[in-house]
Design a protein around this ligand. Structure first.
Ligand code: CP
Ligand code: NVA
Length: 308
């Protein structure tokens, strides 16, 4: 494994699958009484430039379950790149703690942090991607279906950070990825080009569409996320006029496979990108998916901080 966990595309399909299997082992171990203290005495600094529920709590609990500890550093405390340069923050924290998890606005900032830190850096979301989310998403799919290669995973909505990491992990693990986005809200072309190369190796097929109804035909997973990500608040009004045809509602779900599962990284904007009846319906995997953040991140932490 590399020193850091910054982008799904940095890791091979074998490494990612091994992390998924390790996550399942750690989950079973925890369910049957508790984890071994692989990270005893180790501390993770959690740097947040944006709000969070899942990322903050699941990383904190993952560290505690593995015998370690976590420090929450709020946006107002650090002022990453404002009060102090990112390079200085990285070098200072490297002398105090064993790992850094950071949620940043600019993807360049997480890269800068990793470049200067001598300890592992984990990306807890940037404007470009959300790799820990994608690992937990793949874990949820793998656990539910007992496989991941060859499944049809469909994302409906904004071609955002969550979509990019989901596409990358599907392309690495051999799942087919189908996305329906409105014009002007596609994923960055550079990520798409890279994913096409991963897909050619894994046997995954990537499909880019505009019509969500075409996209959900024969799919095993329908995934959606907010229409307006953190940092895009000034575009919210405009987005509310563009995205309604991309709402994941009962009609759209009925057009997919009968066994389809519904996923959303949360927080959900209920009755906007997803209706209440779908979010709380029979096909919903929203809460097991959120819970799997903790299990997937345990595997990342144990590998990077504990050498497991
Ligand atoms: N899905 C996710 O990252 O949630 P938070 O923003 O609450 O961490
Ligand atoms: N795309 C969303 C994900 C939140 C977990 C955002 O960046 O706000």
């Amino acid at each position: 494994m590399k020193k850091d966990f910054l982008d799904i595309s940095d890791h091979s399909g074998e490494e990612l699958l091994s992390l998924l299997n390790f996550s399942l082992d750690l989950k079973k171990e925890w369910q049957s009484g508790g984890n071994k203290p692989i990270l005893k005495g180790k501390v993770l600094a959690m740097v947040f430039q944006k709000p969070s529920l899942r990322t903050r709590v699941s990383f904190d609990m993952a560290m505690r379950h593995l015998g370690g500890d976590a420090l929450y550093l709020s946006p107002s405390e650090i002022g990453l790149g404002k009060r102090e340069s990112i390079a200085d923050v990285a070098r200072v924290l490297s002398g105090y703690v064993e790992g850094i998890m950071a949620r940043v606005f600019e993807h360049a900032h997480i890269l800068e942090l990793a470049k200067w830190a001598s300890i592992p850096v984990i990306n807890g979301l940037s404007n470009f991607n959300h790799p820990c989310q994608a690992l937990a998403d793949a874990l949820t799919i793998y656990e539910h279906f007992g496989e991941i290669k060859g499944l049809n995973v469909c994302y409906v909505g904004d071609g955002n950070n969550v979509a990019v990491s989901l596409m990358q992990i599907c392309a690495k693990l051999g799942s087919n990825f189908i996305i329906a986005t409105p014009e002007g809200y596609d994923m960055p072309q550079v990520s798409v080009n890279a994913a096409k190369i991963f897909a050619a190796t894994s046997g995954s097929k990537l499909t880019f569409l505009r019509d969500p109804h075409d996209a959900v035909k024969n799919v095993d997973v329908i995934y959606t996320d907010t229409w307006t990500s953190m940092g895009q608040e000034e575009e919210a009004k405009k987005r509310e006029t563009i995205f309604p045809p991309y709402q994941v509602n009962n009609k759209l779900v009925s057009e997919a496979n009968e066994h389809v599962i519904i996923m959303h990284c949360l927080p959900a904007h209920r009755n906007h990108e997803i209706t209440d009846d779908v979010a709380d319906g029979l096909h919903s995997m929203l809460f097991p998916q959120a819970h799997n953040r903790m299990h997937a991140q345990k595997a990342i932490l144990a590998r990077l901080l504990g050498g497991a």
